[in-house]
Design a protein around this ligand. Structure first.
Ligand code: SF4
Length: 369
């Protein structure tokens, strides 16, 4: 049984009603339990939990320090291509957006790597649009072979692939795959993905299963906050996580919570999530699951990132460019979305240290695998 069959047993509307019906008593109960279940998670993300935010933040900080110490992992995205065959209503790389398209050559990739290594990075996240013909498995194989000597951890955020593709990429150095469902609301998913392979909701929702079967080291989950009710979408993310952890127990997991950001010609969020609500969600994930890694990108503002470093986040990006070739070239191509925190990696490290935390470049060594 794959996750899709679990998912089909749930009704979006019933889950949503269940979350909004939670009371202060439910939240208090969730806060004192030694082990929390999905009903507790509903309480923690509900509007009823807002008065308990300070208590949630303290518990989240304590649980995070117990499991991860006072450390933050650093990673940086490397955009390889902005070619894309999909139409996604919220993305600057969408097929219907008339922008110059580019895919980096090996020479250009090595120039990007040189800049990134100069910052001190050892964990890179490879990002592309979804263009199977030009940026497909053969391209990924070549890139992994090219950059493997420079990084001890390589993550990917590209189109979902078949299990046998992942099985070929893992031995070449692929450690982690991020695959965000964007939204678990099936009808809205179709509206936001009207054309291209990404319009296949089932194929996407089953991708973490294929990754688990392929024996990947880590899987990253998440939704794009702003497309639908964030509380209901986050419940389904937690459900997905719980299912995967039980079935693929040797795999590690991370969660991201990207909020919809502006881009050239872009869609405004349907649902706004304010900063306090994002803090609530971060703390709720941590209290629900002490093991899961929580990741924050440069989509969020400088002030917000400074304030949440101690609350439950375990990895953070810095100095990111979201246009292919953006590190080595002075010419600015179109970005996938606007960066909000523009500080350099050195400035982020100073901020992390000033809060009594240690910035970690590397938590993984390929000789140990
Ligand atoms: S979100 Fe991904 S698949 Fe959709 S348009 Fe952007 S790059 Fe392409």
């Amino acid at each position: 049984m794959g996750f899709n069959e679990v998912f089909e047993q749930y009704s979006w509307d019933e889950v949503k009603q269940g979350i909004y019906a939670k009371t202060g008593a439910d939240v208090e109960q969730a806060l004192v339990k030694p082990v929390r279940d999905l009903e507790d998670f509903k309480a923690l993300i509900s509007p009823a939990a807002m008065p308990y935010l300070e208590q949630m933040a303290q518990l989240s900080q304590q649980l995070t320090q117990k499991r991860f110490g006072k450390t933050l992992q650093l990673y940086i995205p490397l955009y390889l291509s902005n070619e894309c065959q999909n139409i996604c209503t919220y993305c600057g790389f969408s097929l219907d957006n008339p922008i110059p398209r580019t895919t980096l050559t090996h020479e250009q990739i090595l120039k990007e790597v040189e800049v990134i290594k100069g910052y001190g990075y050892d964990h890179v996240l490879l990002v592309t649009g979804e263009a199977n013909k030009t940026v497909g498995v053969p391209y990924f194989k070549n890139v992994l072979q090219l950059i493997r000597p420079y990084f001890s951890h390589i993550s990917m955020e590209v189109q979902p692939l078949d299990q046998h593709d992942y099985e070929e990429l893992v031995p070449l150095g692929l450690n982690t795959v991020l695959v965000y469902q964007e939204t678990y609301h099936q009808e809205d998913y179709k509206k936001h993905h009207p054309k291209g392979k990404k319009s296949n909701f089932q194929y996407r929702i089953e991708t973490p299963d294929r990754l688990g079967q392929a024996g990947i080291h880590k899987i990253g989950l998440g939704v794009l906050i702003g497309l639908e009710d964030w509380r209901t979408d986050s419940f389904f993310t937690a459900l997905h996580l719980s299912y995967l952890e039980k079935k693929y127990w040797q795999t590690k997991y991370s969660i991201s919570f990207p909020r919809l950001r502006p881009f050239s010609g872009g869609l405004p969020p349907k649902v706004e999530m304010n900063d306090r609500e994002l803090v609530q969600l971060i703390c709720a994930y941590r209290i629900f699951n002490e093991e899961v890694e929580l990741s924050m990108s440069t989509r969020e503002s400088q002030t917000f990132r400074n304030n949440v470093v101690k609350l439950g986040i375990t990895s953070i990006s810095a100095g990111s460019k979201t246009d292919p070739g953006g590190y080595a070239s002075q010419e600015k191509a179109l970005e996938q979305f606007e960066i909000s925190d523009e500080r350099t990696p050195a400035e982020i490290i100073r901020m992390i240290r000033s809060q009594g935390y240690e910035a970690v470049w590397k938590d993984w060594d390929s000789v140990l695998s």
